[in-house]
Ligand binder design. Sequence first.
Ligand code: URA
Length: 235
Amino acid sequence: MSAQQLRRLDQWLANLGYCSRRAAPQFVRSGRVLVDGVRETNVARKVNSAAITVDGEALEYPHGLLIAMNKPLGVVCSHDERDGPMVYDLLPSRWMQRNPQPLTVGRLDKETSGCLIITDDGQLAHRWTSPKTQKCASFYEVTVDKPLNTYLIDTFAAGNLLLDNDSKPCLPAELIIHDDVHATLILTEGRYHQVRRMFAAEGWLVTALHRSRFGNVDVAGLAPGEWRTIHPDAV
Ligand code: URA
């Protein structure tokens, strides 16, 4: 959406999660909404997002939301509360009222921590995760249950490791072994439980998993649960 786009005031407020479209007339009558510094009660007025403030603050991410979170262990990427505490619970509750709603770009398991991209831009998410267009490498810091063997480097690089229930072998992946039980695995695809399944296929159990990077984005300096805004070109 262009930064210059004119839209109805109630559309901005509702799409960005400040209130429902139906509640917009009441919301603006409360005096919390200014347009160009002046109280505005006509919800049908077409305005630029930059002209609007709510409670004295500019609108939050009016032209799309894109963040990198350091996902903590124990939270799920699903939207179903029955799966456990959700990453979305860690974000401002207003964001979940946005339309479109923010979604994770791919998923990390409940027991995987690290770099998780969240956006309301479906096209970006698709570009970064679709098997046809994905160019982003994901860097996983892996801990395993017993000493690693260097043959794994060639096995993962060969591009012919076929995992249970998959019809195609994994794409070539780079394994960098740091010590007996620690390694970095770099993937350019994102299959279900892929890292755990690749190691399991060769007889190793992954005991800890952290995604340190997605594309060029890392979460260095972010405590678990914290996030920062990123630019699409940064990925
Ligand atoms: N591979 C896994 O096994 N789990 C993740 O969360 C991500 C990649």
